[in-house]
Design a protein around this ligand. Sequence first.
Ligand code: MTE
Ligand code: MO
Length: 159
Amino acid sequence: MPRLALLLAVMTLLRGWAPSRAAEPLPPTKGMVLLTVSGNIEQMNASGRAEFDREMLEGLGTASFITGSEVSEAPQHFEGVPLRAILDRVGANGKVMKASALNDYEIAIPLEDLKFEPLLAMKVEGRVLTMRDKGPLWIAYPRDAHEVLHDVTYYARWV
Ligand SMILES: Nc1nc2c(c(=O)[nH]1)N[C@H]1C(S)=C(S)[C@@H](COP(=O)(O)O)O[C@H]1N2
Ligand SMILES: [Mo]
């Protein structure tokens, strides 16, 4: 079985964020699974979870922003899938998600953060992210656009 690069678990909570559109059934993955989403979701393509390969992620539509980060004060171009698009696609409901990385790092991310339009970045400066440099998926915030994001609370969410 391919290794799971990033795992998002949406916690069930009352009065949480709800998807903005009804989700269609998810097709099975064809390539390596880069992302698994579980928890309070409506669409699944595996037992108890929704899995995405690169092609499926790209099919959700990509977005980009330019920002500095903990890794580079010089602004860099981040490109990937809006986190919101993924949660919409699986019909996620909740107030918080838990993001788990390949190195077993885990952190809770309040879905209020969607207002900042974070990305699941797949490319930085046009280069596909690898496991060696924060990839294959890296949660990224448009830090330079919001003063509040210049804080370790948010840096810890760049999983
Ligand atoms: N996969 C993964 N992401 C992670 C971490 C980690 O250990 N593993 N640490 C987090 C924490 S606590 C912080 S402050 C930042 C640190 O970013 P840096 O290592 O690029 O400075 O990454 C966050 N993302
Ligand atoms: Mo941290």
